[in-house]
Design a protein around this ligand. Structure first.
Ligand SMILES: [Fe+2]
Ligand SMILES: [Fe+2]
Length: 161
């Protein structure tokens, strides 16, 4: 049996991953609306990845004989100032999620819950990649500035994902 505290934290993490998915899908919708279809594509795939993260925790909790409790998913905002505002928020959100994953890992270590430690290692590595990807897009947007040609080029590039 999984420790109750771990079970509760994983249930909260399922909700956080679902919310991440919802947030990125809302950002994707904003981009689609503005015809930034490459940015929209990248964010939509990101939303799908977050859903897969939620299901990874879900399956793990099931396997460990834990009780899955699905809480309400908060509604994300629907409007942003511009593309840099969106990707700065993606980066900040990923940093927040990294903090949650680290807290889960700290609890697993504290409880000597070795199975959870091993499962969480995948997420620790994943968060390094997630932060790097978001930070790279923020940096590129900063370099480009408001030039239409640069934004168009990045839109095409992210559409290749
Ligand atoms: Fe995630
Ligand atoms: Fe993520």
């Amino acid at each position: 049996m999984i420790p109750v505290k771990m079970q509760d934290l994983i249930n909260a993490q399922i909700n956080a991953e679902m919310y991440s998915s919802y947030l990125y899908l809302s950002m994707s919708a904003w981009c689609s609306d503005k015809n930034w279809n490459g940015f929209a594509h990248w964010l939509r795939l990101q939303a799908q990845e977050e859903l897969a993260h939620a299901m990874k925790f879900y399956d793990y909790l099931n396997e460990r004989g834990g009780t899955i409790t699905l809480a309400a998913i908060a509604g994300p905002k629907a409007d942003w100032k511009d593309l840099p505002a969106i990707f700065k928020e993606v980066y900040a959100h990923e940093q927040k999620v990294t903090g949650m994953i680290n807290a889960l890992m700290a609890e697993a270590i504290k409880q000597k819950d070795y199975a959870s430690e091993i499962m969480l290692q995948w997420f620790v590595t994943e968060q390094v990649e997630e932060e790097a990807n978001a930070s790279e897009i923020v940096d590129t947007l900063e370099k480009i500035g408001p030039t239409a040609g640069g934004l168009y080029h990045l839109d095409r590039q992210l559409g290749q994902r």
